[in-house]
Design a protein. Sequence first.
Length: 175
Amino acid sequence: MYRVLSNTFILPLALGLVALGSAACDDDGQFCFQDGRCFRFCGDDCTSGCSSVDDCVVACGDRCRYACTSSANCALRCGRGCRATCQSTSTCHTRCDGDCSYACRDVNDCAPELGPNSEAVCERVGNCNPTCLGTCTVRCKDVGNCNVNCLDGASTNCGQGVRVCGRPCPDTTKS
């Protein structure tokens, strides 16, 4: 009888206590814990992000959207065609498979790993240290350090804060 009561009442009670220790950050299943950590795993075409947390970690498929604001540490791992934005954070680390767009503003340290055909903007950051795993374009605006690492050699400085890997310089006369 004790075993039946135990399974009937204790398991739901334990699950309820876990639910009290975390709260959904948004409507599509991201969970944040009382210690300030948020985690999310989702497939293609999902949207996720965090605001005002300690850690915001997201792993998603292709074409996902990610925004992390006013948080200590932001991290994203995504497939192709994702769009990531970090604003007013301590760190922002992204790894994308290609065709990605990355923006890092008012951040201490930005260190994305960008797959082929990706673009990054670092604006008002202490350190912008992207690694391009193929062709990419990086625009640095008002940064302390802008160090673009190309997998296949040195980056090309195109002027006006633009650096490229594995491709010609873009027309910098356009805004």
